[in-house]
Every structure is written in structure tokens, then in C-alpha cells.
Design a protein around this ligand. Sequence first.
Ligand SMILES: NC(=O)c1ccc[n+]([C@@H]2O[C@H](COP(=O)([O-])OP(=O)(O)OC[C@H]3O[C@@H](n4cnc5c(N)ncnc54)[C@H](O)[C@@H]3O)[C@@H](O)[C@H]2O)c1
Length: 717
Amino acid sequence: MKTIRYELADGIATLTFDEPDSPVNTMCADWQADLTEATARVMRDAADIKGIILASAKTTFFAGADLKGTMRLKASDAPRVFTEIEQTKKNFRTLETLGVPVVSCINGAALGGGWEVALVGHYRVAVDNPKIQLGLPEITLGLIPGATGITKMTRLLGILGAQPYILESKLFSPREALDLGLVHELVSAEGDVPAALRSAALAWIAANPRPRHPWHEKDYKMPGGTPANPKIAAMLAVAPAMLKQKTRGLYPAPEAALAAMVEGALVDFDTALRIESRYLARLIVSPVAKNMINTFFFNMNAIRGGHSRPKGIQRYIPRRVGILGAGMMGAGIAYMQASRGIATVLEDVSLENAQRGKAYSLKITDPRVERGQMSPLEQKALLDRITATEFPADLKGCDLIIEAVFENRELKAAVTREAEPMLAAGGFFASNTSTLPISGLAKASTRPQRFVGIHFFSPVDKMKLVEIIRGKQTDDETVARAYDYVQALGKLPIVVNDSRGFYTSRTFGTFVMEGAAMLGEGIPAAVIENAAMQVGMPVGPLAVLDETALSLSVHVMDQTRADFAREGRAYEPSPGERLVERMVKEFKRPGRAGGGGFYEYPSGQKKHLWPELKARFEKPTLTWNLQDIKDRLLYRQSVETARCLAEGVLTSVHDANIGSLFGIGFPAWTGGAMQFIYGTGIEAFEQRCASLAATYGKGFELNQVEKDAIRMHQPVY
Ligand SMILES: NC(=O)c1ccc[n+]([C@@H]2O[C@H](COP(=O)([O-])OP(=O)(O)OC[C@H]3O[C@@H](n4cnc5c(N)ncnc54)[C@H](O)[C@@H]3O)[C@@H](O)[C@H]2O)c1
């Protein structure tokens, strides 16, 4: 055996999981074969065995499915996967029903398949360390806990009780597991942990020679009742509809999980396991699962592991960071910093403004204090970390200063010149601009190599993504330090090169402008908005344009026009941009903040589409194709992303995927704007683009350099 050590001594059979050349244990093909072999040995030695211990030789217990292997599966592999899952379950069942106690010694994280391995034990002992994560995160990867997880958790917690842990992938610590009855004993995290786990296991084995899982006991009743219980039945009548409202039919995994829970609860244990296997085998080879595993596992690990961070540069720990401008963004950044223990100087033109910015941290934390999630002392400490001031001199000694003043080049240049001398020796300067090219802003700096873009999204405390923009002269050390700063805030950094709109704003712009263009073609606004929702975007393009202000888009357009003119070029606005310009200049509809845009906002009522849109834009004779509308909204963004890769604005697929998901709300089922291309299939994507380009214009045209970039960056598993 390669991945499991089998030892029999003093009547105790120990199976120690220890996958070679891997930091963690996974359910790889070798492990599956080894489990069959280990189970056979247990059967052979049965007469001498008084108890079985499951243990890990790694720092974690067991990581779960072999996701690289999963990425290589084809649709035709489903029957083989079904047989393999069934074989693994058969091994689990053999060990559990041998008639001797089985104990799982959970020394570290047990996630997904790892938690399902832990559930083999009749008795589960875990280390009392709040950092250890246990549970079933499969749904977040487009999979279901189909290696006994659904069946056992439903039988342990009931249909209602198990839902958060299966359908919402809620994880739990060992102590929470103890409270839920999912773990039976905790051992201290201090001292010789493996010895403590083993001695707890041996003691329990000695005291419980013939244990059974609860669902095998004669008097077993499912907690909360089976689907036959009227209360459960009433809930189940609406549950699928509620789920569909959330998934919009785009995410098959939660629907399959709910079905497996309920169907499994109606039949005997073995049949329930088989139902689960069938759903899993179908899902695991599906495109959505691959898209989600690619991005939420592999791309996310690349971001966390610093793949886009320049190498060989010492880790930077932010200690004292200054912020210029205590408006919406500055106040949010100040809160994030203070909540992570970073001393913060928040400067604005008046003390009153600065204090208003600081008060935002009070507003955010007050409800937490009221709910008892934060002590008043902790809140005070957080607020004390923020110094509100009107004097730039108070920024003295900051190792990083971020400007978040109005989006105006001259003003940004002025505050840069004023504040930069306050930096501590070796410190660096950042701009939170959302549109102005960083290399241009860096001209105001005496050290442009230490000038970088750190683009937060609004609201800062909620949005996980931060886009780091490397200007023409920004050096590696500054990019690395910006990366470390963003990670210190617990956020996800992507690194992009300087260009108009960087990556996220530029690509997002294509989405909203495609929506506006369609309106200009005469397609009803409600159709466009609903098509966007149906394809999985969080909001329709017209609603977003209203929120961000149509007037802002026109302002950016005017600025771009002026920039182009200075370079001796003519700026050709897109059909969408022309429509937005008309809305603002001709119809005086600047957006929500300005009183209305594509929507009306009657006070105290729900917003609704501006009725005039119909008369002004809609063409009653026009026939439109819903699939085309949906495709245009997604394909346009993916084409722009491929262009960013081809131009070097983006340098990696993981930055593209994570940036599009967390920065612009590209739908999770696609795995992100580049994975959408790979998931669709490169040739199929290109063909569809060609046909969209023939009807809807250049926005869908891919040139050879872009096609090459798509191929060059395709991930290999
Ligand atoms: N609002 C967003 O969604 C968003 C998202 C990303 C980036 N940004 C960018 O962040 C920056 C700030 O945006 P905001 O929405 O927070 O703006 P805001 O208008 O809410 O705040 C700007 C603040 O800067 C202050 N200010 C002006 N001149 C100053 C000076 N000389 N010294 C110090 N402070 C000064 C103002 O008093 C105001 O409090 C802009 O560059 C914007 O493009 C905004």
C-alpha cells in the first residue's frame, strides 16, 4: 500500500493515512485501491482485532477528493466514478459493521471527503483547536458530499438540522462539532497530541466492545422527523422553489444535494448511499463542477499562495498606514485597516470630514457590539487605532500612504506631492483611483518606482477583491508590498498592468455598455435586465449604470475623448456609450443619485423602469433572440478579458477568473471570465464569437493574438 499504513498490535488495527509526496491526504486512485486492500487485511485479521483506529500522519486529518483527478474526468467517466464511489462506501461499511469499535483520531482539518472518512468512526475524537476546520464544503465546488456525507449527516442532524452543513457548506470547529454531537471527545491541543488522541481512542475501545452507528440502533429516529412528518413535508413543499430562486437553475449541486437528502431519508441506509452516489457521479463530470473547482480551488489557492506576487521579496507587515480623503472609500479602508490591527491616520481637508470618516467605523461596529459579537473594549481599541486629522504632517512616519480623494488628476497630483515627503524611509505611495492610469498619476511622485495602484471596491468592508495596478515604473518590491498589504486586510489581491480602466472597470464597462447598446437596438429594457439575471449576473446592466451614475460614464468618456485628442487620435464611442450620452445630455437622466436614469425611484416605493424608455427606444417590430441576448452579456466580457491577457494587462488566468468573479460579479457557475471560455471549449467559444460578431459587431471579434493568448494560458491538469 502506498497511502495507508496498516499495523496490528495488541488487538488494535491502526490505519494511518500518509499519502507520499503530498502535504495532505486525498481520495486519489491509489488511496481508493489501498483502502480496499486495508479493508481486506482487516477482514483477514478479524479474529484478532478488538478495535480499529483511523489516524493521519499529516498535520491535517484528511483533505478530501483528489481535485486534480476530478478535473481530468470526461462525461463518459460517470459510470466508472459511480463504481469507485460505491467501492469506497463498501469499504467504509465493512469497517463500520465488523462488530468492533472504530475510532477516528481527528488531529487536524477534515473537509469534504475527509470529514466523510472521519464519519466512519463510531467514536470521533478531535483536537480542541478552534483553527481546525471540519465539514462539507463540496457545494462551493459544484459537488455534493456523496461519499456518505449526505446520508450520515442527515441521519445525525435531521433534514432541517443538516441543511446548513450540506446545502450552505457551513464549516464547524471541533468544539462546535462536540456541541452538535458530531464529535464525541476533545483532547488538548497542548503536549503530545497524537498520544492523547490514541489514548482516548484506546480507552473508548476498551469500554465499548460492540458499538453501532445510531442509525443502526433499533430505536433510531431521524431528528426532527422524516419527510412523512407534516412539519417537514410542509417545508419540503416550498424548499425546491426557494432553492431555485437562489440558484436560478444555474447550480445543479445544491438541488442534487437536497434531493439526495430527502430521497435518502425515505429509504434504508444502503439505498440512501446508492442514491447519493448516483447524484455525485453525474455532477462530478459536469462542466459546472469543473468550472467551480478550477476557480474556487485552484485559482483561489494561486491567489492565496502569491502566484502573482513578485518572488524573492521579504514579507511586508503594514504597521502604520495613512489615508488621504475620508470619503466613502477612505472611511471604508480605514475601518478595514483598524479591524486588522493596523495603526491608521485618516486625513481630509477638515477635521470634521476626517471625523465623519472615522465615525463610519463606529457605525459598522455598533450592531456587532449590540449583538454581543464584539466587546465595547474591542470596539474602542479599533476606533483608537484611527487618528482623524486635517494636518498632512500627522502622516509622518507612515510606511504606506493611500490617496482616496476625488477622482481628479490635478488634485491627486497635489496631494501626492504634499503627502509623499511624510512617508517613513523606504515607504511607498498608492492611489485608489478607479479610472485614471497609474503611470500618469505617478508623474507627481518623486519616486514613481514606489508608486502603485491599490484599487478597492465599494463597499470596502464587503468586497473581497482588491486590484493592484503596476504602473510603468512601479518596481517589484512595491507590487509585492501592496500584495502583502491587501492580504493583511484579509482580501484577495489580483495584479494587473496599467491600462485605461485596468482590468475590472474595463471589462465591467463592456457588460453595461452591451446592455445599453441592446436598448438602443430596440430590445425592451425588461428583457435585457432579466436576461442578465437569468445568466447569473447579480444585477442587470441598466440597473448598474443607474447605481454608478450614467453621468460618471459620460464624464469618463469626455475625459477619454480629451486624452485621445491630445494624442492626436479620434475617440469613437460604442453604440452603448452613445445611448448613455443621450440619456444624460438629451433626456437629463443622470442616474439614481441624480433623480433617475433607466429607472424611476419613487420615494418609499420599489424602483421601476422609466416608462419613457418604451416610447424612445423600443422597436415593436423587432424580433429578438433571448439566447443571443444572454450570450452577448457574457461573451462580451470574456472577449474583453482575453484581450486584456493578449495585451498584457492581465498576466494570468487566475487573476482574470478571480477578478471577474469578485470584482464584477461574473457568474460563479462559469468559473470566471476565462474559465467560461475553457469550459465552453475554445473552438466552440470562437465559433460563437464569430457568429455574434457577424450580427452584433466588432466587440465580439477575436484576432489571432487574442486567440493565441487564450490557448497559451489554458490550464492543464
Ligand atoms: N466610490 C466608488 O465606488 C469607488 C470605487 C473604487 C475607487 N474609487 C475611487 O476612490 C477615490 C475616492 O472616492 P470616494 O467615492 O471615496 O469619494 P468621496 O467623494 O466620497 O470622498 C473623497 C474625499 O476626499 C476628500 N478630499 C478632497 N480633497 C482633499 C485633499 N486635498 N486632501 C484630503 N482629502 C481631500 C473629500 O473631502 C472627500 O471626503 C476616487 O479616486 C474614486 O475614483 C471609488
